[in-house]
Design a protein. Structure first.
Lengths: 239, 239
DNA sequence: CGATCGTTTGACAAGGGTCAAAATGCGTGG
DNA sequence: CCACGCATTTTGACCCTTGTCAAACGATCG
């Protein structure tokens, strides 16, 4: 096998997403693109970071999926959230931070460093907005797991994931690869894999979800949104 | 009854907590104490802020409890977290932020503005650490609601609340007032009030929880901690 | 072509929800 | 001090969603 080295397609999820989050200067854009060339590659199913461990500098995911996991003493697992292309790991304002969760590569992963920003700059605004989105995702996760039925949880999650993917890859708004096993979904949703399986079948039967070979699409997205009360996230006014 | 006007004891939860989170300069401390005199009082059971609404400047809670709520279209409610004395509302780095949750006063509430900090200052480090704690609380909340049994959820929550209260009020480490109805607890834990009630009775029967007239204590805290796998939060190394 | 991982199915169990009513507590006003 | 009204807690009976255990099925990979 030919490991590592460069790859053909340029990966630019970080700069793409950040420039949608705020107005960036030409300098900042260039800096980001330079950072995107310092890639680090990681095999699937590997921990990038363990809970309680000191965090290295902030990094962005350029391709692949990661998830943030809490594992209990008896082996129960809760996935607290996913990290998608263009999103960040370890964005943190204070000194000597420790990882609040373990970070697990769901698929093979390409990451790059997230450059430092000047206070008051466009880039720092973009980071701040990214952080605000992360916050919303966590809040949405609490609500999902706390108050939605299994049926609603699954739909709501996948709807959110589609929106997040589409920020960086417009094609995802039509259909997208979901690289999750039903067991991972279960761990994210506070369910068991068996029940996730049955519930997905129900969604399919109801004509609300198509999931073939790991590719997702929604036959009638707006009906589904209404049914589970999904609404896209807004973090700021005048935006 | 003698309502309102000033109050006897000086409220200083904000400066107390912040100075435990980082080394503050004398100037900063003074600024905080000045801010603590600009109090705003709010009756219990009132919204301070609604989901999706523009946020005013950041504020701290000086006394009383608030909670962050998501309400679904059909009336289901999820409490995403609590805000205790010394903790913040609307700490946010980006411009024109919208509230991600509704903010509800659980008890009567006294708040004050949270002064701006200079980048790189001790105060800004303290804010950053406070934010990191908020993050942890949210992550813990996901894990609780996603993977713990009712019994564990209740214990784990109350243990966490005790630790958080004790930051500002050492006496809370022995026993403290929990101003929550069983219904509020239920909405926080993704349970029903009826089930919360039965579960609390179980905790009492097991000699793990004493709850009389709204005052909580733990007859054997370390046993309880082990039983539910509770561990205090650490956000940073060398700290 | 076995091994392994993920999905699917079935039968059954249990944790927690629902509904309804009784009991308790508490602030208000007489 | 008592009486009322409301909110909260408590109890009981029953039900439903989701979990558990086990096995079969299907893909993918050395």
């Amino acid at each position: 096998m030919s490991m590592a080295k460069p790859q053909r397609a340029a990966l630019k999820a970080m700069s793409t997403r950040l420039s949608r989050l705020a107005e960036l200067s030409a300098d900042e854009l260039e800096m980001l693109q330079a950072a995107e060339r310092e890639q680090r590659r990681l095999p699937a199913r590997r921990d990038l970071l363990s809970e309680g461990e000191p965090i290295g500098g902030p990094r962005a995911v350029l391709s692949g999926w990661a998830c943030r996991v809490r594992t209990l003493a008896d082996g129960r697992r809760q996935i607290v959230g996913f990290v998608l292309p263009g999103e960040f790991i370890g964005l943190c304002q204070h000194r000597n931070p420790l990882a609040p969760t373990t970070l697990l590569a769901v698929t093979e992963l390409v990451t790059c460093p997230a450059p430092r920003s000047e206070p008051g700059s466009g880039l720092s605004e973009a980071y701040a907005r990214s952080t605000a989105f992360d916050d919303h995702y966590l809040i949405a996760q609490v609500t999902r797991v706390g108050r939605l039925s299994a049926y609603e949880r699954i739909a709501d999650t996948i709807l959110e994931l589609q929106d997040r993917l589409a920020v960086v890859d417009p094609a995802a708004a039509v259909r997208f690869r979901l690289p999750l096993t039903q067991e991972l979904l279960a761990d994210a949703l506070g369910l068991t894999a068996v029940h996730v399986n049955r519930t997905i079948q129900a969604l399919r039967r109801d004509g609300l979800l198509a999931w073939q070979n790991g590719t997702i699409s929604f036959p009638d997205r707006s009906r589904l949104e209404k049914l589970v009360g999904y609404a896209p996230i807004r973090i700021s006014g005048l935006g």
